[in-house]
Design a protein around this ligand. Structure first.
Ligand SMILES: N[C@@H](CCC(=O)N[C@@H](CS)C(=O)NCC(=O)O)C(=O)O
Length: 234
């Protein structure tokens, strides 16, 4: 049975290639599972039909048969549990892959999201600029610790790519091109190994091809205000 995921038909340029349905698409591509996509226009994610799938009014969701799931991490875990290719067969290897999934989403991603809030979503707020140095310090600390653990391993648990790598690379690449990541050549190489995988390329291409919609006027006005603000602070 083909699963159905949800994604947006439009997001601002800075979010293209980063919307979290990419993680689900990547997992599905890794395991060779075809899927369908229901596209939501901006705002539709907060309306009742989608809220019945996703209580927080966000994408992605995943439906297969009677099962409706939200949270990209839980979806990737379910895909890994129901297909070959993202979890090692032995229970200890599977447990370690799940450990890295949590580390990606619960330990490494939070300061990166704080960075996105300070530099994009709330860039026009007076608290964002003063907050940035401490956010950068927390990202640096996490990247340093992760770099130490990764060392010269190919993937987090050794030679086998798992769902833990998929989520960690999806999280790290939010900072791709930033000096804070460039300071750790082994992390840069690790991200490149992940994003060079054919399954990642297919997932990214599919997400980008889905942006066929138009922005609501309120979102356009917000983008204009952000641009003006950035011009002022540049
Ligand atoms: N923890 C959730 C986060 C989902 C999330 O933040 N989705 C964003 C897109 S990447 C979204 O739908 N934002 C629109 C909104 O919150 O209205 C997950 O991993 O699925």
């Amino acid at each position: 049975m083909r699963p159905i995921i949800t994604a947006f038909d439009w997001v601002p340029d800075f979010a293209r290639g980063q919307v979290r349905d990419l993680r689900v698409r990547w997992a599905l591509e890794e395991v060779g599972q075809a899927y369908d996509v229901v596209y939501l226009s901006q705002g539709e994610q907060k309306a009742a039909p989608h809220r019945s799938r996703q209580p927080f009014g966000q994408v992605p969701t995943y439906e297969v048969g009677d099962l409706v799931l939200f949270e990209s991490g839980a979806i990737v875990q379910h895909i890994a549990d129901t297909h070959d290719g993202l979890f090692p067969a032995d229970p200890s290897g599977r447990a370690r892959a799940i450990e890295w999934m949590y580390a990606a989403l619960n330990t490494v991603e939070p300061p990166i999201m704080d960075h996105a809030i300070a530099t994009l979503f709330e860039a026009d707020k007076p608290w964002s600029k003063p907050r940035l140095p401490s956010v950068m310090q927390r990202i640096e600390a996490r990247f340093g610790e992760l770099s130490d653990r990764l060392g010269d391993r190919r993937w987090l648990d050794g030679d086998v790519f798992t769902a833990g790598d998929l989520l960690m690379i999806a999280v790290l690449r939010i900072m791709e091109g930033d000096a804070v990541l460039a300071a750790y050549p082994n992390l840069v190489a690790y991200v490149a190994r992940g994003t060079n995988r054919p399954a990642f390329a297919r997932a990214l291409e599919a997400q980008m091809a889905g942006f066929t919609g138009t922005p609501p006027p309120a979102v356009l006005a917000w983008l204009e205000r952000q641009k003006a603000q950035q011009g002022e602070t540049a």
